[in-house]
Ligand binder design. Structure first.
Ligand code: GLC
Length: 699
């Protein structure tokens, strides 16, 4: 807008000066010219002169009859008055035409000047009016915090986290400023995939506590205005679920659970087709009692439900109703792209031409095939839409019930289809965040832009930098860049998902094969380190005492703690009595990554970050810089150096109305706040990210 105003004003000025210059050479009454031109009359130049002169001129002309051009020697004194103009303005028909055109041009120029001035003023007024802000739902405003329940807080000394433990830490969640919590599965489960193998969808596993503990946690969260999101695992159950136990018993018509799972006859003594499990190896397991094979797209202990069976659909809908009635605020839908398979189970999946085999792998890998028979079927989308409609019914009755789907896929169009069907699908782009070499600046821009530019109107973005299936962000990008990564997560437009512990920069722990618990890794002993998800699931680091406050001293936690917990934990990063007793620590604490996280949560509440647009201002091999703007609010520039050496760039832009200097709002090291930074030559250290702002709030 300021650009438009400036351009209009400059243009108006140029036009005005041009006009004055022209009329200097053509001294006629502008208003008369306008009137005449508007009436469309033929007129003489004398008509525009003062009356007496005009009259004299008329009589003179009559006297001169057909001689319209006099020599100066014959003129009397009065004629002399007219001489200069008559000399310059011969009343030949050519000149009359020329005058008419010139005066019509005057009219146009005047109109242009007025239009430009009006446009300029409108632009100025517009730029100081606030941008309309849509009503945002809670899940659009909130920072959503993912808790892996086994690893957050143990309350009963068994070395495994539980619901009471989480409730004990609700103060901490409030202190962080997060407004919603997503719990990985807490339902009854034999824990082959740590809760993602459910044996009862409507009961709590005793490891985590009781239904009363759940109710109490939900109440505690709601009491503090926090929402609770549960993990819904619809694609498969545990092989211990009574549905599967019954289903695998027989294929008799009389068996009501006969079709609850995906069963098929074998072929040539082997499985029905070539399908491969996500965890490697065949996706089929033989059951003698039915003399048939069942499908499992994950572990053999996780048989796939048959969503072509109406009873399964009805049951799963009832599961959602059960938790909605209890008052949960939303669901994260696990592995949904695998829900429905082709009706004809004899079809093979085609080989993936881009797959490069790894000689170290003993099992056939999921990536070796393409998956048109088992993923993203139209029937799958139909089921998701049904569930969304169900949640919408509940939203209408009270508070909004939120739904996000988990889909790992390379095809943006596929992801955007899921994104439209639920409130959102996870955006995993930032799991590919890089640092150091390999042009992380440009790369980050591509990751951000590819999501933003593929969204269609009305869709809401979200960002993930870590979860229970991927290495921790501080390990992936390096601890030096973890702060910048958190800044990116919280300052981009949309909803950020924070994985527990990332707010203090927790890193992957080394977990030996003997200590490994993840079945996916245990099934692949040769390559367990590349497969295991245990390193990112280790216990939360609360303090420097034995077991870091996660569980009692002397207890063996279900996974080993990272040995850096003595120096990297919530307590050393907080203002506690320890900091008071040891001023040295206290001086250090205000700049901790935990405080940075809290400051970011606060900053994100600023309307520019909630509603503002993003512009990719600069990306170089190492730098990624974007601005957030909202009319009527200050503009923010976020610039980060993800490379390995310091870099100086100019962020000043006259054209955009950006200043030469701007005030620092926040930096990754929290050491320059309040300073004025020279945007013409701003140096960023490796891993450094700064947020500066300018402009005033008008509303
Ligand atoms: C999802 C979960 C993962 C689990 C898998 C099978 O991808 O995030 O942890 O192993 O589904 O349920």
């Amino acid at each position: 807008m300021p650009r438009l105003a400036a351009c209009s004003a400059v243009f108006a000025l140029v036009v005005l000066v041009g006009y004055l210059y022209v009329t200097e050479k053509q001294p006629v009454s502008v208003m008369s010219a306008i009137m005449r031109a508007m009436e469309g009359d033929d007129w003489e130049i004398e008509d525009l002169l003062p009356k007496e002169i005009g009259r004299q001129s008329q009589s003179q002309r009559e006297e001169d009859s057909d001689d319209s051009y006099h020599s100066s020697s014959d003129d009397d004194d009065e004629d002399a008055l007219l001489r200069p103009s008559r000399k310059k303005l011969p009343s030949s028909s050519l000149w009359q035409k020329y005058s008419r055109v010139l005066n019509r041009a005057s009219l146009c120029l005047c109109a242009a000047v007025l239009a430009c001035l009006a446009l300029g003023s409108a632009a100025v007024i517009y730029s100081y009016r606030s941008q309309p802000r849509p009503e945002l739902h809670w899940w659009q405003r909130a920072v959503i915090y993912q808790i892996y329940p086994r690893s957050f807080q143990d309350s009963n000394g068994d070395g495994i986290g539980d619901l009471r433990g989480i409730e004990r830490r609700v103060d901490y969640l409030e202190y962080l400023g997060v407004e919603a919590v997503w719990l990985s599965p807490i339902f009854k489960s034999p824990m082959k995939d740590f809760g993602y193998d459910v044996s009862d969808f409507t009961d709590i596993d005793p490891i985590f506590g009781t239904m009363a503990d759940f109710d109490s946690l939900l109440k505690a969260l709601h009491a503090r205005d926090m929402k609770l999101i549960l993990d819904f695992v619809p694609n498969h159950t545990s092989d211990q679920h009574h549905w599967f136990v019954w289903s695998s018993g027989s294929r008799d018509e009389s068996n009501p659970y006969r079709d609850y799972y995906v069963w098929a006859d074998g072929r040539d003594g082997g499985p029905p087709n070539n399908w491969v499990s996500v965890f490697g190896g065949p996706a089929w397991t033989y059951v003698a009692s039915r003399d048939q094979w069942y499908l499992h797209q994950f572990l053999p202990e996780q048989p796939d439900l048959n969503f072509r069976c109406p009873d399964v659909r009805r049951h799963m809908e009832n599961v959602l109703r059960f938790w909605l009635e209890k008052g949960v605020d939303g669901f994260r839908l696990d592995a949904v792209k695998h829900l429905v398979e082709t009706a004809d189970l004899s079809w093979h999946e085609p080989p993936n031409p881009g797959y490069v085999s790894d000689p170290e792998e003993t099992l056939e890998q999921y990536g070796s095939l393409l998956h048109p028979c088992t993923t993203n079927l139209e029937e799958t989308h139909a089921v998701i839409r049904e569930w969304k409609a169900l949640l919408d019914q509940y939203s209408k009755k009270g508070s909004y019930r939120f739904m996000i789907t988990e889909v790992y896929d390379d095809d943006m169009r596929v992801l955007m289809t899921y994104n439209r069907e639920a409130d959102m699908t996870f955006n995993f782009n930032l799991l590919g965040l890089g640092s150091g070499a390999h042009a992380p600046g440009n790369h980050t821009r591509r990751l951000v832009e590819s999501w933003m530019s593929n969204m269609t109107d009305g869709q809401w973005p979200n960002w993930v930098i870590g979860n229970h299936d991927n290495h921790r962000v501080a390990t992936r990008v390096g601890p030096q860049y973890a702060r910048a990564a958190n800044m990116l997560l919280l300052l981009l437009p949309g909803t950020p998902f924070c994985y527990y512990g990332d707010e203090i920069g927790m890193e992957d722990a080394r977990v030996s094969y003997n200590d490994t618990k993840d079945t996916f890794a245990l099934n692949n002993p040769e390559t367990y380190e590349t497969k295991s998800r245990d390193p990112e699931r280790t216990p939360m680091q609360w303090n420097r005492t034995e077991n870091s406050g996660f569980t009692d001293a002397g207890v063996r936690p279900w996974l080993p703690l990272h040995d850096n917990y003595h120096r990297l934990n919530v307590q050393v990063y907080c203002l506690t009595f320890i900091n008071v007793l040891f001023p040295q620590t206290q001086r250090a604490h205000p700049r901790s990554i935990l405080h940075l996280f809290r400051a970011l949560v606060e900053l994100r509440k600023e309307p520019t970050f909630l509603y503002g647009t993003i512009r990719y201002f600069l990306s170089t091999p190492n730098i990624f810089a974007f601005s957030r703007t909202l009319r009527g609010r200050p503009t923010y520039l976020v610039a980060m150096n993800l490379g390995g050496k310091s870099e100086t760039h100019s962020y000043y832009s006259w054209w955009d109305g950006w200043p030469r200097e701007a005030a620092v709002v926040l930096t990754s090291d929290m050491d320059r706040e309040g300073e004025m930074l020279d945007l013409k030559a701003l140096t960023l250290r490796p891993g450094e990210c700064v947020v500066v702002k300018w402009g005033r709030a008008w509303n």
